[in-house]
Design a binder for this molecule. Sequence first.
Ligand code: FVH
Length: 294
Amino acid sequence: MTKNPRTPVTVLGLGLMGEALAGAFLREGHPATVWNRTAAKADRLAGRGATRAGSARDAVAAAPLVLVCLTGYDAVHEVLGPLGDVLDGRVVVNLTSGTSAEARDTAAWVERQGGTYLDGAIMAIPDAIGTPDAAVLYSGPRAAFDLHERALGSLGGTATYLGADHGLSALYDVGVLSLMWNILNGFLQGAALLGAAGVEATAFAPVARNGIETVAGWLAGYARQIDDGVHPAADSTLDTHLAAMEHLVQESESHGVDAGLPRFIRALAAEAVAAGRGGEGYTALIDRFRKPSD
Ligand code: FVH
């Protein structure tokens, strides 16, 4: 008898990410059954030992653990919708991006079919899957995560369990995406400003990176302030921030660089200062994010 047999796994959806996921399971010795709407995308995986299923139903029937990675939830419902009863007794792990409401609705539907649902968010690109750089977040029933944690560990890095609320993975996902886009927009703003003075973005990049790392170091302390609801100006007051934001707006305007984002940033702080909060620290703005004014 084989020692420590690996859980058989099914992967539905063999786009860039789905193929990487299935490949990681194969690498770790999991019997993998794969299915994709465009069947030819299973060719490479079949060549590596995956079993190619003729239909999504056959694929799901082949394993207790079913991973889904499709373009979006419309595709998820198109593929899973007709399967119904075959989901009974299986754990469906959906790594398709979507909203928390979509995750919760899909969880309720899978559970009505007798299956168990974990939602997941992949914080990695396909090339990182199966390496220590891949982080995948999961939410849903703890017992299902515990049961398959080892198999899910094949995807690399850390498999992080967030909690029982199926919507958590999607919320963490958009939280991190918000961070990413804000950082990238800030970088583009800086690169445009320096570009107007003839400085190349490559010269700005190392200085920008240093700035990002400095701010990253503040997060744990700032998070404590947000959770405690106190916003001491230990490093800098909102008044001081607002004065510096004014420079950002003026520089952007005078160099003909788009000033929309700087003006928005300035407006957030100006509102708080006008409300008498200029002596508080930056995290005081959390109230504006929690309760936006029109
Ligand atoms: N690629 C990445 O770096 C990111 C990392 C973070 C999370 N995402 C999410 O993963 C989902 C899939 O992304 P992907 O990169 O694999 O996307 P594609 O390569 O475009 O593959 C899409 C697959 O979905 C299949 N599909 C689409 N619509 C349907 C449908 N109606 N019925 C059945 N399958 C459908 C498509 O099949 P085909 O076109 O090959 O026949 C692909 O298998 C996504 O949520 C990302 O946000 C990836």
